[in-house]
Design a protein around this ligand. Sequence first.
Ligand SMILES: [Zn+2]
Ligand SMILES: [Zn+2]
Length: 284
Amino acid sequence: MRVMPTGIFFHYQQGERLKDFPQALDQVLDKDDVFLYDAFYPSKPRSCFDLEPIPIETLHKIHSSEMVDRVKATGNYEGALYSVSGSLAAAVKIWLGKIINAFVFTGYGDHHVGSNFFGGGCYFNGAAIAIHELQEKFGAKRFAIIDTDAHHGDGTWELFENNPTVLYICFCSGSSQEKNQNVNIHIPSKVRDSDYLALAKDAFHKWVKPFQPEIIFWNWGYDGTIGEYGDIGLSPDFHIQMTEEIKGLAQGICEGRLIIILCGGSRRDLAVYLIPRIIKILVD
Ligand SMILES: [Zn+2]
Ligand SMILES: [Zn+2]
């Protein structure tokens, strides 16, 4: 049986936390069933493919042109554009069966960006753009976005509150007004790994399985880890367990189709510890 590959979507980014990448993935990139899609990495490994920025018209499907202009003025436009390219390319390649799952290094997205606002280090909503394209061009029908960043995804919430084709499950300490398939899972401001995982399993059983998404997006942030800026008491290994759980969920309901989109988190040591392990789970 042919093994379906994993796609890693990376572009060089400013800032500290990803300074060790993609070199920190060397062990993973050696494997035959891992493809790296990259924009700028100077010494490309053999499995490397170029990543192109998306056309501006694609941004306008989700974000107002006035907001796009404001992003241009921040100086982070190019990085943000490549982040969206990664999410969109991952979604399309999964949909076409070229890869089974993906990890997208979005340093500039996703969940604090709505139709006409952005903030919190997010500039465009790559998941929303990818979902729009899969619906328009490929006729995909149902999507789930699981958001385990420590903060509320106000942008993703706004974009999908009137859209019954997208199940958005936001794990955070807030309690927004639920509408259509926008769901809150309330996480206490200090939580144990096991309690969070139990809440997640319940939510997946209650919401994701009956909804039967055709593809799962996971807005993964590690900012809720102990010592991070959104510390809610999670251990680093919580994220490894959650990856196993969500991979299993995707295998059970949508043939494994899963995109992990990197969200919050700032520590370089945690990135080096977590990201290669998470990608290895996707590959195995
Ligand atoms: Zn966050
Ligand atoms: Zn929330």
